[in-house]
Design a protein around this ligand. Structure first.
Ligand SMILES: *[C@@H]1O[C@H](CO)[C@@H](O)[C@H](O)[C@H]1NC(C)=O
Ligand SMILES: *[C@@H]1O[C@H](CO)[C@@H](O)[C@H](O)[C@H]1NC(C)=O
Length: 189
């Protein structure tokens, strides 16, 4: 199920990327222009602009790679905050086996998203491995969706992490898109 969601999302993104890929971003843009033009080339323009505008580092960024570091950092911060909320929920639902099981699962997914995927994506950016970085960002966001699905499978009533899982999925989508622009540049310059 998770794999299917990932594949479907990947398909949407690669279609969008190829249809928008003629524009090339140049050095020395107005910072806000850089945010708008970068977001304009990926899926989720509104969300992308809103998220990046919320961070003063993005306004100071002089190229797309800096934006990529900012968005990945926001992914990590967001997921870390959520991971920090999980123990409280585990305590709250300790008498509810199915909820507890789903929360334990989500704890693993969030840990993995932070370290194995978004954290790894940062290292891959450092190493200029943009394709791998894009893939890692993609999986990181998809783990929010994977957590959400676990509630439907385990405890089909209510997911106390719905908003946060949704946030992570959107952040991951934007991160994947921004990182993908680095690949376009690599290909077309
Ligand atoms: C594209 O590559 C050029 C040359 O390496 C660089 O100056 C520019 O900032 C890059 N643009 C993006 C979108 O990363
Ligand atoms: C997580 O991301 C969402 C969407 O960008 C944002 O609204 C929320 O404030 C963030 N939360 C934290 C703790 O960073």
């Amino acid at each position: 199920m998770t794999l299917l969601v990932c594949l479907a999302l990947g398909l949407v993104l690669s279609t969008a990327a190829t249809s928008h890929c003629s524009a090339v971003l140049m050095h020395g843009d107005e910072p806000d222009d850089l945010v708008k033009r970068s977001c304009g080339m990926i899926v989720g323009y509104e969300e992308c602009v809103a998220i990046l505008r919320s961070d003063p580092r993005a306004a100071k960024a002089s190229d797309v790679k800096e934006l990529a570091y900012v968005i990945l950092d926001l992914c990590i911060a967001n997921a870390t905050d959520t991971l920090g909320q999980i123990p409280k929920l585990q305590a709250q639902y300790s008498a509810h086996d199915q909820m507890k099981q789903a929360l334990d699962y989500c704890e693993g997914e969030y840990r993995s998203a932070i370290k194995d995927y978004f954290g790894e994506a940062v290292k891959l950016l450092d190493a200029k491995s943009y394709q791998e970085a894009q893939y890692s960002a993609h999986i990181g966001g998809a783990l929010g969706t994977s957590c959400e699905q676990e509630f439907y499978f385990q405890a089909p009533h209510f997911s106390p992490l719905w908003v946060r899982n949704h946030d992570l999925a959107v952040l991951g989508l934007v991160a994947e898109g921004i990182v993908s622009l680095l690949r376009l540049n690599e290909t077309y310059i």
